[in-house]
Design a protein around this ligand. Structure first.
Ligand code: PHE
Length: 358
């Protein structure tokens, strides 16, 4: 039977040797439990001290203590070593190969209609026009009434209007007779901004208003329920039809080339007098006649005219002192002509094979 002293020495040596072999934190914890834990070897030896005769206890107790201290210190050093090692392994596992080629980022780009609108706005800015925007949900008074399109006016049927049910947004006016036309709609054109602009800014006015417009159309290759327009308005002293003609001819040449011919013909819109329709000579056949221009030699690109005196009055402007012109054009139509696109539905059907071409 070895003496307690011998057992301590044996335990100490065994523990230190075992600690050398410990390679990770789990093994380290097992080691800790085995030698220094509550039921560990060293603790067991402490108990043996109590069983010794009194004169041996002090020496033996001190020997166990010294061994315990030594093992605790060795444990602390081993833990540092293990932690360090495991951190290194972790880093290696998470290592990033910086020499790998990166994944390409898919850069988006502006929609072809946004590009077209910006080209148009730029041409107008070069002529001194400002850019302004108005609401897409519009009031009947602005969209129709103040533009000389009263209820029952036949021009309303040219605009298949998408009305907004005010009850859904808690705005119903209970005093309005039931069945009466709701006063709110998705704007069918950008022309309501003529009134908004005149009421907001004193002349001289030279503004273009881009934006989305909506109609309850039967959708086909040339009609969409959702499209965009750019409205133009100029009001000043002595503005004439010649100014309108010069402005729009300049735009047509900026968009379609300096050799472009323009044609003005009479047209009817209740809010202009006279009203005109602007066409350019066909960009496909230069006017000799082809399918694109339906063998007329001309492509109609927008409606325009001199602001009706009543509309000036509705805008708070004295028609005896001021005159103005207005026009409205559709970026989709312009883009279709410029890029030979034959179906308006392509713009908003979100097919990347189409969109990525522009
Ligand atoms: N608002 C008209 C349309 O939607 C275009 C237009 C604007 C005509 C301004 C004349 C003056 O077709």
């Amino acid at each position: 039977m070895p003496t307690l002293q011998e057992q301590i020495e044996e335990s100490r040596r065994e523990a230190l040797a075992a600690l050398e072999q410990v390679g990770n934190s789990e093994a380290l914890e097992e080691w800790n439990i085995k030698y220094l834990g509550k039921k560990g070897q060293l603790t067991g030896l402490f108990r043996g001290v109590g069983a010794l005769p009194p004169d041996e206890r002090a020496r033996a107790g001190q020997a166990v203590n010294t061994a315990k201290q030594e093992l605790e210190e060795a444990y602390t050093r081993a833990r540092e070593r293990v932690v360090e090692r495991e951190r290194g392994q972790q880093l290696q596992k998470e290592a990033v190969d910086v020499s790998l080629p990166g994944r390409p980022a898919h850069a988006g780009h502006l929609h072809v209609i946004t590009q077209t609108s910006r080209d148009i706005l730029r041409a107008f800015r070069d002529m001194g026009f400002q850019v302004y925007e108005g609401p897409e949900v519009e009031l009947d008074v602005y969209n129709f009434e103040l533009l000389n399109i009263p209820r029952e006016h036949p021009a309303r049927s040219m605009h298949d209007t998408l009305y907004v049910d005010e009850r859904l947004i808690g705005l119903r006016d209970e005093s309005r007779p039931p069945g009466d036309t709701p006063p709110m709609m998705l704007r069918t054109h950008t022309s309501p901004n003529q009134i908004r602009l005149m009421r907001k800014f004193p002349p001289p006015i030279r503004v273009v208003v881009p934006g989305r417009t909506y109609r309850a159309e039967a959708i086909d290759a040339t009609h969409e329920a959702y499209f965009s327009q750019i409205e133009g308005l100029a009001v000043d002293k002595k503005v004439t039809l010649a100014d309108l003609k010069g402005t729009l001819a300049t735009l047509a040449r900026a968009l379609f080339g300096p050799e472009r011919l323009v044609r003005f013909r009479c047209d009817y819109f209740p809010y202009v007098e006279p009203g005109v329709d602007l066409a350019i000579d066909c960009i496909v056949c230069s006017g000799t006649g082809c399918r694109a221009c339906k063998y007329t030699g001309w492509l109609e690109i927008m409606g325009a005219g001199m602001v009706h005196p009543q509309v000036l009055i509705n805008g708070g402007i004295d028609p005896d002192e001021y005159s103005g012109f207005a026009f409205g054009l559709g970026p989709e139509r312009i883009a279709m002509l410029r890029h030979a696109i034959d179906d308006i539905r392509l713009f908003y059907s979100n097919d990347l094979r189409f969109l990525q071409q522009f």
